[in-house]
Design a protein around this ligand. Structure first.
Ligand SMILES: C[S@@+](CC[C@H](N)C(=O)[O-])C[C@H]1O[C@@H](n2cnc3c(N)ncnc32)[C@H](O)[C@@H]1O
Length: 393
């Protein structure tokens, strides 16, 4: 399978009469089927560029309706589009990477979405968000967020001395420089954690305190785990689990690099409640549990632009999210906190999952829910809900 096959498939896809959702399935199946890791990366990168073409199809349609963007004149057929796709630096590519100014707000949402580079199959879900929020959030999706991190001790000063520009904003470090931050002394010495600002804010909603027993149920590679460990100041019990052993291996490296002693790592597949460790069972359960659930990733398009083509909203996400939340809930002690988070802006994965959980678990009360990150701050967008389990009577 080579570039010609990609092109033909893209031509067929582009020529379709109706918005063709199968592209995301076609693309991800195709990439996953490639055994050779380097080749997989190559094809995946090529499809990142294809995203431009996908968006362009919609952009061209919309632009012709709103009377903007001259480049449309040069794109008459899918073949023109495909040719332009490979011409790096062409006005066409530059244009599809830029939002069209003044997309009419009375256009149907699906058309406004494509103008902002989002495939139309997200429209039914995003239409449920406040139009004022969407009007601010969509343009931001065309831009990359800055590099966010947080530091221990004198990490910020060390970075500055080594030539990086560091701004301290919203209690986090916004870093710019022309070298990868992983080459810095601060990072090598375990003083720096690269983490999106929205993720930092959501991890802090857990309010993990020194001496508590905390469970990070979907810990992945440990981004939020190390943040929880920091607010616990090394005191208490912090369990980190995930279904993926590969991710847990990376989490262990991260925990080691940060010099954390009190993090216990294990596998949890979310299909049954966890067996409580003895010292946690003695306290009646964990003081706080974080379920940072797998999701469609619609809040991370700024960093993963291909996710908007690879993924689609759908009931499979909510089903898994609900299961994970329901299986994690028994591990919370009476009076303890259950925090549910996603990096999705789709209400089906956010408020709807929380509502279904609360309806099925009357012992829990909702104390907060909402979106965090962009567009309020220059970051990804995450959803979080904090529920408290009734104290035992
Ligand atoms: C949004 S990511 C977590 C990110 C992580 N908390 C962080 O801050 O870096 C969701 C995680 O859920 C995990 N996951 C997926 N299915 C799961 C399941 N059935 N049981 C437990 N974890 C699961 C994935 O492996 C993934 O690491």
């Amino acid at each position: 399978m080579g570039r010609d096959d990609d092109l033909q498939a893209l031509r067929d896809w582009l020529a379709a009469d109706t918005p063709p959702p199968p592209l995301d399935r076609w693309l991800s199946a195709r990439v996953r089927a490639i055994g050779d890791v380097r080749r997989r990366a190559e094809v995946s990168a090529r499809w990142m560029t294809a995203l431009g073409a996908v968006c362009a199809r919609g952009t061209a349609v919309t632009a012709s309706r709103v009377g903007g963007a001259r480049f449309v004149d040069t794109i008459r057929t899918p073949d023109d589009l495909v040719a332009a796709w490979f011409h790096e630096g062409s006005p066409f590519l530059r244009a599809v990477r830029r939002p069209i100014a003044g997309v009419a707000s009375d256009l149907p949402l699906a058309e406004r979405l494509v103008a902002w580079g989002v495939p139309p199959w997200w429209a039914p879900s995003l239409a449920r968000r406040d139009p004022a929020f969407l009007a601010r959030w969509l343009p931001v999706q065309q831009t990359r967020p800055p590099l966010w991190a947080w530091g221990r001790q004198d990490a910020a000063d060390l970075l500055r001395r080594d030539g990086w520009t560091v701004r301290e904003v919203h209690g986090a470090l916004q870093i710019t420089g022309d070298r990868p931050v992983e080459s810095s002394r601060a990072w090598r010495e375990g003083l720096l954690e690269v983490q999106d600002l929205g993720s930092q804010q959501v991890a802090d909603l857990v309010a993990a305190a020194p001496g508590e027993a905390v469970w990070d149920a979907c810990a992945g590679t440990g981004g939020k785990t190390v943040r929880l460990a920091a607010t616990m100041a090394g005191k208490g019990v912090l369990h980190a689990t995930d279904v993926s052993t590969a991710r847990l291996d990376r989490l262990r490296q991260r925990v080691r690099r940060a010099g954390l002693q009190h993090v216990r790592v294990g596998v949890w597949d979310g299909e049954a409640p966890i067996a409580l460790p003895r010292e946690v069972a003695r306290r009646g359960g964990f003081d706080a549990v974080l379920v940072d659930a797998p999701c469609s990733g619609s809040g991370t398009w700024r960093r993963n632009p291909d996710a908007r083509v690879r993924q689609a909203p759908g009931p499979q996400w909510a089903a898994l999210q609900h299961t994970l939340l329901a299986q994690a809930a028994p591990a919370v002690r009476p009076g303890g906190r259950l925090v549910y988070a996603t990096c999705s802006v789709c209400p089906e994965e956010d408020e709807d999952v929380v509502a279904a959980f609360l309806a099925a678990h009357p012992a829990y009360t909702l104390v907060h829910q909402g979106l965090h990150g962009a567009p309020e701050v220059d970051a990804d967008t995450l959803f979080a809900a904090v529920c408290v389990r009734a104290a035992a009577s």
